[in-house]
Design a protein around this ligand. Structure first.
Ligand code: PLP
Length: 412
């Protein structure tokens, strides 16, 4: 480790101390919300037992659904290990929101890559929304990344629009995350011109970064992954859907089968990890946010462009840093890998990835395969050679990863 990098970290920590204090405050308030929900729902040891086979009457599963709904200000929720990833949760929600012959309208630009095959924009898969006769259209964000409320009102007024999709996090785009207050304005704009449209929010990477969630501001449906924020680094797999009871039930019909919905689904032995993960989540999200802020702050001191900036507000855990050269991007990822608790001996190299035009370099050494609430970084091998960084289960380990990454970069 370069000693100058250690000094720089200490210096930046002083500069960003007010941001850290704000992040801790959000975690404290969100923890209180989670604890209140645990108390109201009388969480006890017996809920962790789990079921096998059909999984009828799994009290642990049913109570956790109520806790998620409670904390997210939703009527109902579905928290399941049978939801294989965030894309699956989102797909169940979109099928619940859409009807044949009608249109799904995305109002935050084009959705995340993996959702495109569900909609039918890419590939030509049997059973996509397009296959079932659902049209798709989108409204771009404005050049500054803010929602285009005028264009949204104009396009959403079309009576053929039965569902509207909003993506909170930047995903792999260069735009900023949408704040919950911007999302609230977008929902209000849609409801004004088309009150019966179902508004869905892809909440991946957003949970607990702010004091409120989109379901508290009229989102009819919301979905996310348990190997990101709300799993708290403990959930071994899974996803959730929350929102209006009627829509959540429809999503459950898509997840299992019409008529059965959320009544089945054995939890085996994972309830304990899901409860503990949700209990930890506000704190773990704060660790990831502080790791991202430190990374932005250190690279800003070294003259690199970051998004968001260290002192800017955040609505997701993703940090973009523009490193400017293929060598620096690879070195940065090598340092992150070196600082991982698992597979620290591996050296990431750029490789082609299905669905990407350029080669991608990825660093991840996580306890849960592919978990991105754990520290990870990746970037496409093209200008401006930006690394997308997220996660960090503990600030102390996240901080080390960032210091190794920057040390490795400075070796060049
Ligand atoms: C992670 C993510 C998804 C879902 O991805 P999975 O890898 O299927 O969990 C969808 N949208 C956004 C914005 C995401 O960050």
């Amino acid at each position: 480790m370069n000693e100058k990098v250690r000094e720089l970290a200490r210096l930046v920590e002083q500069r960003v101390a007010p941001r850290f204090a704000e992040i801790d405050e959000v975690a404290a308030i969100n923890t209180e919300k989670v604890m209140d929900a645990f108390r109201r729902n009388r969480v006890s040891d017996s809920l962790f037992a789990g079921t096998t086979g059909y999984g009828y009457d799994d009290a642990g599963r049913e109570t956790l659904d109520k806790i998620f709904a409670d904390v997210f200000g939703a009527e109902s929720a579905l928290v399941r290990v049978g939801i294989v990833n965030g894309t699956h949760a989102i797909a169940c929600a979109l099928f619940a929101a859409c009807e044949p012959g009608k249109t799904l309208l995305s109002i935050s630009g084009m959705p995340y890559d993996t959702i495109l095959s569900t909609i039918g924009v890419t590939g030509d898969y049997f059973g996509s929304l397009k296959y079932y006769g659902v049209d798709f259209d989108h409204v771009d964000l404005r050049a500054d990344g803010s929602p285009d409320l005028e264009a949204i009102r104009r396009r959403a007024a079309d009576p053929k629009v039965c569902a509207v999709a909003i993506q909170r996090s930047r995903g792999y785009a260069t735009r900023k995350a949408l704040s919950v207050s911007e999302i609230a304005d977008m929902i209000a704009a849609v409801k004004e011109v088309n009150p019966s449209a179902c508004v869905f929010v892809d909440n991946c990477y957003g949970e607990f970064t702010e004091l409120h969630e989109p379901t508290e501001f009229g989102a009819d449906l919301m979905a996310g992954s348990l190997i990101k924020n709300p799993g708290g680094g403990m959930a071994p797999t899974g996803g959730y859907i929350a929102g209006k009871a009627e829509y959540v039930e429809r999503a459950a019909y898509r997840m299992t089968t019409p008529g059965i919905g959320g009544e089945c689904g054995a939890t085996l032995g994972v309830n304990l990890q899901l409860y503990r993960g949700f209990f930890m989540a506000p704190h773990v999200v704060a660790q990831a946010l502080k790791t991202a802020v430190l990374c932005a702050g250190m690279l800003e001191e070294l003259g690199y462009k970051t998004s968001p900036g260290a002192m800017e507000p955040r609505s997701d855990i993703v940090q973009i840093v523009e490193l400017g050269s293929p060598d620096k991007l690879c070195r940065f990822c090598r340092g992150i890998q070196y600082g991982a608790p698992v597979d620290s001996f591996a050296a990431p190299v750029p490789a082609p990835m299905p669905g990407y035009e350029d080669e991608v370099v990825m660093a991840s050494g996580s306890f849960v395969q592919g978990s991105t609430i754990e520290l990870s970084a990746d970037g496409p091998m093209r200008e401006p050679y930006a690394a997308y960084l997220q996660g960090g289960l503990t600030y102390e380990s996240g901080r080390l990863g960032i210091m190794y990454a920057i040390s490795e970069m400075l070796e060049a």
